[in-house]
Write a protein that binds this ligand. Structure first.
Ligand code: ASP
Ligand code: MG
Length: 456
């Protein structure tokens, strides 16, 4: 048996998000989860909670040097607080101070000229910092932790801010560089960051650590992927919207993918893609309450209810394109999508009529913010059609099974919503999802109403 097969029998990849490594206490709790499971050999972590946001702000260019120093001070404090509680801070403090110095220098560059490449370089420091601290905490628990820089393994393309990983290369690099370490070590490494073929740092987009963990789990043929966060798994809807939201014990890959895609913020939308490719069961749980259980996401599950969950995504940008000329209706869609593809604009939802198409724009790059159509794209599209852009909309997605071929399901759904004005309804393309746009200020009410009538 080669190494890969030996490990795959019992190898868990665990990912801890920002709140699970927020400070010494959170890191210690997470480290205890790692040491409690001898199968956990690879641990990927996020930056300490709040750190990436500050790094993004610095990367966007803070010209006032006092403000810049204040931000660096906040970052220093976050990491110093952990250092102060270590038994042997001397093992990692030079590395931490070195990285903080780098941030200060790079933030000064960003104040005079920003770039997507520089942004990735700056924001990658969050994970570079947190992994030093976390591996030291494991070492102090007598665990054989080694910190590995994931960048030479997590190979991506050149799209800074939202780089596309290259799974085949990642598998090869992980086999060479990661697997040999697993016999005697627990590897601690960074989520979210990677590098292109020249070794230049890239990131996978905000919240990308989940995706990183799934890619590494796929690359090493892991038997389980654990995503540790601050909530005990997936819920029928965001419990902050309604206290009637219920935890989901087990859910299929298809349903969970729809949930992640449509705004259930608990998983990065791409996370399940590698897990599905390799059929790796995914566990989502809370590092604050590991004994409370969580959600298992798998290929096949025992129950497939008609209505499973509701997801809500704010900040939607809807673009409606109406053909200028009926003659151009022929090939119109092809032309529209050629232009969008050329500018690497990713579309989420789409509905069409004879001469018009409405679509929503995807929004996950590291810079953050609501998506907009670049001016040049508007100009190119305007040659072809009237371009109308609308914001202030939210997307509500209902996730379930066989919705499009179960009689009466549309009546149940739309009946509950008769007092609301729905925009752009997408129904039928997937048996697992029905979604629509609605004015932002009505969105939470709509979710509560639908939850009460379909899920309670
Ligand atoms: N630290 C990154 C972020 O805040 C990646 C992650 O947490 O998944 O977006
Ligand atoms: Mg995060």
């Amino acid at each position: 048996m080669d190494k890969a097969t030996t490990h795959s029998d019992s190898l868990t990849v665990a990912k801890f998000g920002g709140t699970s490594v927020a400070d010494y206490t959170a890191m210690s709790r997470s480290a205890a989860i790692v040491t409690a499971n001898p199968q956990t050999k690879i641990v990927l972590i996020s930056a300490c909670s709040g750190v990436t946001n500050i790094l993004v702000e610095l990367a966007n260019g803070v010209s006032d040097s006092t403000t810049r120093q204040q931000r660096i001070q906040t970052l220093t404090q976050t990491h110093q607080d952990v250092l102060d509680q270590l038994q042997h801070p001397e093992n990692v403090q030079d590395a931490i101070y070195g990285l903080l110095d780098n941030i200060a220098t790079l933030a000064e560059h960003a104040a005079s000229a920003t770039s997507a490449q520089l942004t990735d370089q700056i924001v990658s420091h969050g994970e570079l910092l947190s992994t030093h601290l976390f591996s030291q905490i494991l070492v102090e628990l007598n665990a054989p932790a080694v910190r590995v820089d994931i960048r030479p393994i997590m190979r991506t393309d050149d799209q800074f801010g939202k780089a596309i990983p290259q799974p085949d290369t990642i598998k090869q690099l992980a086999t060479e560089q990661l697997l040999p370490l697993l016999d005697n070590n627990i590897v601690v490494s960074q989520g979210f960051i990677g590098s292109n073929s020249q070794g230049v740092t890239t990131t996978l987009g905000r919240g990308g650590s989940d995706y990183s963990a799934a890619l590494i789990a796929e690359a090493v043929n892991a038997s389980t992927l654990e995503i540790w966060t601050d909530v005990p798994g997936l819920y029928t809807t965001d419990p902050r919207i309604t206290s009637a939201a219920k935890p989901i014990k087990e859910i299929s890959f298809s349903e969970a993918s729809e949930m992640a895609n449509f705004g259930a913020k608990i998983l990065h939308p791409s996370t399940l893609v590698p897990a599905v490719r390799q059929q790796i069961p995914v566990f989502v749980g809370s590092s604050k309450a590991p004994d409370q259980g969580g959600t298992w996401i798998r290929q096949s599950v025992e129950e497939a209810p008609l209505f499973r969950a509701l997801a809500l995504r704010a900040n939607q940008t809807m673009v409606t394109l109406t053909s200028l000329n009926m003659f151009h209706a022929y090939g119109f869609l092809a032309e529209v999508f050629r232009i969008l593809a050329e500018h690497k604009i990713s579309v989420d939802l789409i509905t069409t009529s004879e001469v018009s198409v409405s679509l929503t724009l995807d929004q996950t790059d590291t810079g953050g913010g609501a998506p907009t159509l670049p001016l040049q794209v508007v100009e190119e599209l305007s040659q072809l059609c009237v371009v109308d852009v609308e914001q202030g909309l939210s997307l509500v997605a209902l996730i379930g099974n066989q919705m499009s071929d179960t009689k009466g399901s549309a009546k149940d759904i739309f009946g509950a919503l008769e007092d609301h004005n729905l925009r752009m309804i997408c129904y039928g393309a997937s048996p697992h999802n029905l979604c629509f746009l609605i004015n932002e200020d009505e969105a939470k009410d709509v979710v509560r109403t639908l939850h009460a009538s379909l899920l309670e």
